[in-house]
Design a protein around this ligand. Structure first.
Ligand SMILES: Cc1ncc(COP(=O)(O)O)c(C=O)c1O
Length: 381
């Protein structure tokens, strides 16, 4: 059968191909971003009880009122920002929330600014909707935002920009000043800002998460995306959400209904229970455990003579691999895999051109014993 033009717009995921190569060698897969911690008991029991109590039918497409309220309460609890539950749409993962938001807000040939290195799904989602990504590069190790470069990519067709904060893959955490500058810029050019805050609780050192919702110039022009995949280690439950002005949520809800109908009913209760009942120590512990893993693995990369950019948030590290044999990032990632049995993602997965040819990304959210083994092997590189 002849495939549609759209089906050709999605690049085969480099993460999946590295995973296949890793499995063939029985290696340690640090390519894929799967949070390894145990699911909190309260979350599991909340979902289990909900199933037993009959929460097994469709929910409102916007999400169960209890979960929407719990998300609104969470925004108040962590960020001192007031939102109403009607500003929340629960979807099938942050992935579903972003897709729905793009469908509701963008037209074919609109341009949307992405910061490089980007998260591949952002680019693919835009391309699949015939939206045109444009790129602003942030350079390692600081990943500093240069407002002049940003100004230079704006055209009359630019409708929006995407920020990933904390960023996958760079680990950059945006400061309040940077977000204010982005807010001013967005106001000046009348842009929507999609703020993917999936890793909001994964913060290290003195990094703090500033949600786009707390920046006055962004509050009414941002769509915040987040979810439960990483924070509760439930990537397979497919539960995420968007926060936006009520009129946008209403438009998104129509599309969410069309594509997903609703997010899984009993699992929504599990997530709500998690938000309602897990204390602050759950979140600080999550960050502490990942900070330890970051340090452990970054030390090994340094010892191996690689040059990692130390992440301030999320749970990935981009590292320079110029010193590794191979003509490009793919060959270098394969060389690392063959020598050490540790899989990474070639840098090209995060850039639209060859800027990633001397980089790879490792995901360090691995069980501690596996990570220690990986660190040992990398040291021998
Ligand atoms: C930045 C970012 N956003 C969104 C997602 C996907 O989230 P979900 O599982 O809720 O669809 C990921 C997963 O890796 C991610 O890294």
């Amino acid at each position: 059968m002849k495939l549609s033009q759209r089906s050709g717009t999605i690049e085969q995921s480099h993460i999946r191909s590295m995973t296949r190569a890793c499995n063939a060698l029985n290696g340690i897969n640090m390519a894929q971003g799967v949070c390894d911690l145990e699911v909190p008991r309260k979350v599991i029991e909340g979902a289990y009880t909900a199933m037993n109590e009959g929460f097994n039918i469709y929910t409102p497409t916007e999400g169960l009122p209890r979960l929407r309220s719990a998300i609104a309460a969470k925004i108040k609890r962590f960020y001192e920002v007031e939102i109403v539950p009607e500003q929340v749409l629960v979807s099938d993962g942050a992935t579903g929330a972003f897709y729905t938001a793009c469908m509701a807000l963008l037209n074919p040939l609109d341009e949307v600014i992405l910061f490089e290195p980007y998260y591949g799904y952002h680019r693919s989602t835009l391309s699949s909707l015939e939206v045109v990504p444009t790129y602003v590069r942030l350079e390692s190790p600081e990943w500093k935002l240069d407002m002049e470069t940003l100004e230079a990519v704006v055209t009359p067709k630019t409708r929006a920009m995407v920020i990933c904060n904390p960023a996958n893959p760079s680990g950059k955490v945006y400061t309040r000043e940077e977000l204010e500058a982005i807010g001013e810029f967005a106001e000046k050019h009348d842009l929507i800002v999609f703020a993917d805050e999936m890793y909001e609780h994964f913060l290290y050192g003195d990094a703090v998460h500033v949600t786009a919702l707390s920046i006055p110039s962004l509050h009414d022009r941002c769509v915040v995306l987040s979810g439960f995949s990483k924070v509760f280690s439930i990537t397979g439950w497919r539960l995420g959400y968007a926060i936006a002005p009520v009129s946008v949520i209403e438009a998104m809800a129509q599309l969410n209904d069309l594509i997903y109908v609703c997010a899984p009913a009993p699992l929504q209760i599990g997530a709500a229970v998690g938000l309602e009942e897990l204390g602050d120590s759950y979140y600080t512990e999550l960050a502490r455990i990942h900070e330890h893993k970051r340090d452990l693995f970054c030390d090994a990369l340094r010892d191996a003579g690689l040059n990692p950019s130390i992440p301030a948030g999320a749970y990935y590290v981009m590292t320079d691999v110029s010193s590794v044999a191979g003509n490009d990032d793919f060959e270098k990632a394969m060389a690392i895999l063959e020598k050490t049995g540790v899989a990474s993602v070639p840098g090209r997965a995060f850039y639209h051109d060859d800027a990633g040819k001397n980089m790879v990304r490792f995901c360090y959210s691995k069980p501690l014993d596996v990570l220690e083994e990986a660190a040992e092997r990398i040291r021998r590189l």
